[in-house]
Design a protein. Structure first.
Length: 71
């Protein structure tokens, strides 16, 4: 969702308006039930989402959270 649907221009506007001190990305819970997606696309899309956040909120720390993996 973050990498595909949200338009970069809107990201920039929203982040400027919010002026966050910290960005928390809790990513992967919904995607975890789609094994094919996780193995083929998840990493690249998460990287793209983080890249967009960094571009539009330079200097703001980003905390990335994800579901715990199986043991």
């Amino acid at each position: 969702m973050l990498a595909r649907v949200l338009q970069p221009v809107l990201w920039k506007q929203e982040l400027e308006r919010a002026a966050p001190a910290l960005i928390v990305v809790n990513y992967g819970s919904n995607e975890s039930s789609f094994g094919s997606f996780v193995h083929k696309q998840y990493a690249a899309e998460l990287r793209l989402a983080i890249q967009r956040l960094r571009q539009n909120a330079p200097g703001v720390p980003i905390l990335v959270m994800s579901p715990m993996g199986p043991r």
